[in-house]
Design a protein around this ligand. Structure first.
Ligand code: BGC
Length: 811
C-alpha cells in the first residue's frame, strides 16, 4: 500500500475515529472501522504455542519446546520450521499476530521468564529470534518482538527502572531486537519496565533507535496494561494500547489533541502504522481469504519430537549413554517429574496442550515388550500442589468424570453450570448478575493421609469438604500484575485428612469483585511420603535395575512469569534422591526438567546428565529417542550454568529504590564469567553428542578492514565411533585493545555432520557489526584498529584453536 492510498483512507477518518483505532477492542482484538473497510485482527500468546483468545482447557494447542530448548538447538533452519508451525496454529485459530518471540536476555539465572527467553548471548538470541520471526511471517501471520527493552527479570516488573549504560544497551539488550527488525518483524511490544528513567512505552528509543535508525515500519504495541499515563506514550512511538476497550487514550487523547497538547500528526502517524499493518494482514479493503488450515497431527508430533531431541543437552556422560535397549532387563524410572514431566513454564506463555508425553510414558513406550520399566516417584519435591485435574474427580451431580463449574448470583441462584475437566478456571463465564464462581468435585483419593488442598484467587474465598470449612478468608489483591491477577494468583493451602476409598465432596467458592480478576484455581496434592523412606525405596529400585533414569526439576510456581525465582537449588529432597540413586547404580542417568539453570551439586557422581528443558508436548518421546540412541542429543547450552548461584556474575534482580542497575555492563553471561576468576559448572555452548571430535585447524584472513564481514573455516574430525553432529563456535578477542572489550565474545557458529574418522570444515561468516563497539562519548559505532584474535571451539570455555589477524580502520 503506497502513501497516496494511505492518505485517501486517512481523509475518511475523523479524529475520534482515528483515536478509536489506537486502543484494543477487547483483550486480544484491535478495533474495526467500516468507514475504511478495516477489520479487526486477533493477537495471541506465544511463544511456546498459540493459545488463542481464551484460557479454556477445551481450547487446546500444539505445545512446542520452550525458548531455552529452541535456542539450545543452535539450529536456525529448524527454528524457522517451528515458526511456521506456530503460523499454521495461528491460522487454525483465526489468529493474525503471534506475541512471540521473547528477545529479552538471560541476565540472571533468577529471571522468572528465563525459560521463555533464548539465551544470555545477544547474537544467539538475535539469530534464533530472527529465525522464528521468518518462520511465523512466511505464512502471512505477524510476529511480535517483545519486550522492548531490558525487561530481563520480573521483580517489580511494572515499575522497575532499569539503569543500563548506553553501550550495554546497544551491544547487548537492543541487539536482538535489531536482528528481528532486520528479519522484517511486523510488531514490537514495549515492555512494562522503564529504561534509564523513562517507561518503555514512552521511550525515545522507539522513535529514535527502532524507527529512526533501524527503519522499523510496523506497529509498536504496549505490553498488556503497560500504558498508565496518556500523554507520554502519545508523544512517543507507541501505536497501540492493549488491552481494550478501556485505556488511558480514548476520549482523553481526543481532548488532548483538540487542546493542542498532542499534535494531530502524532495520532496520524500511529494510525498509518496500524493501517499498513492491517493491509499486510489482509484486513484492510477487499477481504483476502485467510483459509484456516489443519496440519496433520502425526507430522506435527514428529516435528516436535525431533525438535525436543535437537534441544536436549548432554552435559556429561561416563559412557552410559546411549543405552542399548536389547541388553536391558529392567529400567528404573525415578522421580515425580518422570510421571508428571513439566512440559512448559508458567504465565502468559501457557497453553493447554492437545496431549503430552512425559518421560515415564516415553520410556515405557520405547521398552514395551522388551524390558521391564519400574517407576518409583521418590520424595515429593517441595512446592505448591498442582491444580486438581478431572482424572480422579467426578462431577458431584452426574457422577461423570470431571468437575462442576457453576456461577451464582448474590442470592445463591445458579446462573451457569457446566462440567469441565480442570479445576484451573482462569476465565469462568460471568453472566449478568454473577456474584460467585463455584468449583465442586467429588474426590476419589487413592491414598490415605494428610492431603494438601488449596485455592488460588483474590477476594472472599472458601473451600469446604463435605460441608465443613477447610479454608475461608478475604484475600486482598496486592498486585497489579496481570499475569498474577489473571493467570497465577496466589495459592492458599490447608492440610486435610482424606481416606482412600472415601468420596468427599469439595466445594470451592470465590466471590467476584471489581478489578480483582475472576480466576479461581483449586489444587490438591497427596500426602508427601517421608523423605528418607521415599529415597530409600528409589535407591532400592535403582540397585535392582540395569539402568536408573532419575528425573528432577522445578515445580509449578517456580519459573513463572510475574515473579523471579527465589533460588536455583532443586531442594534437599531431590538432591538426596539423585545422590542415593547414583550411589546405588553407577549406570544412573539424571534428566533435569527445568527451563533455566539449577544447581547440581551431585553432577560428578552420576553416570550421565541430560537437560530436557521444558520440552513441549512430545518431550517424553524425544527423551526416549535420546536415551536409546535413536537421536543424538543435539543441544548446546544457550546460557552458562553456575555450579552455585552465588558464583554467577549478575544475579540480583531486586530493584533498590525502584532501580535495577546493570552493573556488569557488557559483561553478561559467559563474558562475565570469563572476566571473573570463577568457573561455572558448564559453559555457554557446552554439550556433548554421541561421538567425539578433534579440532584440527582454523583459517581466517590475515587482515580485515572495518565494516567488512569475514569468513572463518574450522576443520574438525569425528574421532568417535558414530556419525554425529558438532556445533562449531567462533569467538573473538581483542588482545591489547585500548577500548574495554569482553575477554572474548561469541560471533557465530555452524553445525557440521561427519562419519567416524571423517574430517569436515565448518564455515562461519562473521558479520562486520560484531567488530564494532558503541562509543558512549560520541554516541556512535566505532571500530578500534589493531590485533584481533579468532578463537574456535566447542564452548565459551573450550576454544582450542586460535588465529591472529589485524583489523584495519576504513580509510
Ligand atoms: C506479558 C506479555 C504477554 C501479554 C499478553 C503480559 O503480561 O508480559 O508477554 O504477551 O501479557 O498475555
Amino acid at each position: 500500500m503506497n502513501d497516496d492510498e494511505l492518505d485517501l483512507l486517512m481523509d475518511k477518518l475523523t479524529l475520534r475515529a482515528k483515536v478509536g483505532l489506537l486502543t484494543g477492542a477487547d483483550t486480544w482484538r484491535t478495533a474495526a472501522e467500516p468507514a475504511v473497510e478495516l477489520r479487526s485482527w486477533v493477537m495471541s500468546d506465544g511463544p511456546a504455542g498459540v493459545r488463542g483468545t481464551s484460557w479454556d482447557e477445551r481450547h487446546t494447542a500444539v505445545l512446542l519446546p520452550s525458548a531455552t530448548a529452541l535456542a539450545a538447538t543452535w539450529d536456525e533452519p529448524l527454528v524457522e520450521r517451528l515458526g511456521s508451525l506456530l503460523a499454521v496454529e495461528a491460522r487454525r485459530k483465526g489468529v493474525h499476530v503471534v506475541l512471540a518471540p521473547n528477545l529479552n536476555l538471560h541476565r540472571s539465572p533468577l529471571g522468572g521468564r528465563h525459560f521463555e527467553c533464548f539465551s544470555e548471548d545477544p547474537e544467539l538470541t538475535g539469530r534464533i529470534g530472527a529465525a522464528l520471526v521468518r518462520g511465523i511471517q512466511a505464512h502471512g501471520v505477524a510476529a511480535t518482538a517483545k519486550h522492548f527493552v531490558a525487561n530481563d527479570s520480573e521483580t517489580d516488573r511494572l515499575t522497575v527502572d532499569v539503569r543500563v549504560g548506553e553501550r550495554a544497551l546497544r551491544e547487548v539488550y537492543l541487539a536482538p531486537f535489531e536482528a528481528a527488525v532486520a528479519a522484517g518483524v511486523r510488531l514490537v511490544m514495549a515492555g512494562y519496565n522503564a529504561v534509564n528513567g523513562t517507561t518503555a512505552t514512552a521511550s525515545a528509543l522507539l522513535d529514535g533507535v527502532l524507527r529512526g535508525e533501524w527503519g522499523f515500519d510496523g506497529v509498536v504495541v504496549s505490553d498488556w496494561g503497560a500504558v498508565r499515563a496518556m500523554r507520554p506514550a502519545a508523544h512517543a512511538g507507541l501505536d497501540l494500547v492493549m488491552p481494550g476497550p478501556e485505556g488511558v487514550w480514548g476520549e482523553a487523547l481526543v481532548r488532548a489533541v483538540e487542546a493542542g497538547d498532542v499534535a494531530p500528526e502524532a495520532v496520524d502517524e500511529k494510525v498509518r502504522h496500524l493501517l499498513r499493518q492491517s493491509h499486510w494482514l489482509g484486513e484492510l479493503g477487499a477481504p483476502r481469504p485467510r483459509p484456516r488450515v489443519s496440519p496433520r497431527p502425526d507430522r506435527v508430533r514428529a516435528m516436535l519430537r525431533r525438535a525436543a531431541a535437537a534441544g536436549t543437552v548432554l552435559l556429561a556422560n561416563k559412557g552410559v549413554l546411549p543405552l542399548n535397549a536389547h541388553g536391558l532387563a529392567t529400567v528404573a524410572v525415578i522421580g515425580a517429574h518422570a510421571a508428571r514431566t513439566r512440559t512448559q513454564g508458567g504465565g502468559s506463555a501457557g497453553v493447554f496442550p492437545h496431549s503430552e508425553v512425559g518421560v515415564l510414558d516415553g520410556v515405557r513406550a520405547r521398552l514395551r515388550g522388551r524390558a521391564k520399566v519400574v517407576h518409583v516417584p521418590g520424595p515429593t519435591p517441595a512446592g505448591p500442589p498442582p491444580a486438581l485435574d478431572g482424572t480422579w474427580c467426578t462431577d458431584p451431580g452426574s457422577g461423570a468424570s470431571g468437575i462442576r463449574l457453576r456461577v451464582l448470583d448474590a442470592g445463591g441462584n445458579e446462573l451457569h453450570s457446566e462440567r469441565r475437566s480442570s479445576a484451573r478456571q482462569l476465565e469462568p463465564p460471568v453472566p449478568p448478575g454473577a456474584h460467585t464462581v463455584e468449583i465442586s468435585a467429588r474426590l476419589h483419593p487413592a491414598e490415605t493421609g494428610l492431603w494438601t488442598l488449596g485455592i488460588a484467587g483474590f477476594g472472599r474465598m472458601s473451600l469446604r469438604l463435605d460441608g465443613r470449612d477447610v479454608l475461608a478468608g478475604d484475600f486482598a489483591r496486592e498486585t497489579d500484575d496481570p499475569a498474577l491477577v489473571h493467570v497465577t494468583p496466589p495459592l492458599h493451602t490447608a492440610a486435610v485428612h482424606l481416606a482412600a476409598g472415601s468420596a468427599p465432596v469439595l466445594v470451592a467458592r470465590r466471590e467476584l469483585a471489581p478489578g480483582a480478576g475472576r480466576a479461581v484455581v483449586v489444587s490438591a496434592a497427596p500426602p508427601a511420603p517421608e523423605v528418607t523412606t521415599a529415597v530409600a525405596a528409589a535407591a532400592r529400585a535403582a540397585g535392582r535395575a540395569d539402568v536408573a533414569v532419575v528425573v528432577v526439576g522445578t515445580t509449578e510456581y517456580d519459573e513463572c512469569e510475574g515473579r523471579d525465582r527465589a533460588g536455583i537449588a532443586l531442594g534437599p529432597e531431590q538432591d538426596a534422591l539423585v545422590r542415593a540413586v547414583a550411589a546405588a547404580n553407577p549406570r544412573t542417568v539424571v534428566v533435569v526438567n527445568s527451563g533455566g539453570p539449577v544447581e547440581m551439586p551431585w553432577r560428578d557422581e552420576v553416570g550421565a546428565l541430560l537437560l530436557s528443558w521444558f520440552p513441549g508436548q512430545e518431550g517424553g518421546t524425544a527423551l526416549a529417542d535420546v536415551l536409546f540412541g535413536r537421536a543424538e542429543p543435539g543441544g548446546r547450552l544457550p546460557t552458562t550454568w553456575p555450579a552455585e548461584l552465588r558464583d554467577a556474575p549478575a544475579v540480583d534482580t531486586s530493584p533498590v529504590d525502584g532501580r535495577l542497575t546493570y552493573v556488569e555492563g557488557i559483561h553478561v553471561g559467559h563474558r562475565g564469567w570469563l572476566r571473573s576468576s570463577r568457573t561455572p559448572a558448564y559453559w555457554f555452548g557446552h554439550g556433548l553428542g554421541y561421538t567425539t571430535w578433534a579440532y584440527e585447524e582454523v583459517t581466517a584472513p590475515a587482515t580485515v578492514r572495518a565494516g567488512d564481514p569475514f569468513t572463518v573455516r574450522v576443520r574438525v574430525r569425528n574421532t568417535g565411533p558414530r556419525t554425529g553432529r558438532e556445533v562449531v563456535q567462533v569467538y573473538l578477542a581483542r588482545p591489547g585493545a585500548v577500548v574495554e572489550h569482553p575477554e572474548r565474545w561469541f560471533v557465530g557458529h555452524a553445525a557440521v555432520c561427519a562419519r567416524p574418522g571423517e574430517a569436515v570444515t565448518a564455515r562461519v561468516e562473521v558479520p562486520a557489526r560484531l567488530l564494532r563497539h558503541w562509543d558512549e562519548e560520541s554516541g556512535e559505532w566505532r571500530v578500534e584498529a589493531g590485533p584481533c584474535r579468532v578463537l574456535a571451539g566447542r564452548s565459551a570455555g573450550d576454544v582450542p584453536l586460535e588465529h591472529d589477524m589485524e583489523l584495519y580502520a576504513r580509510d
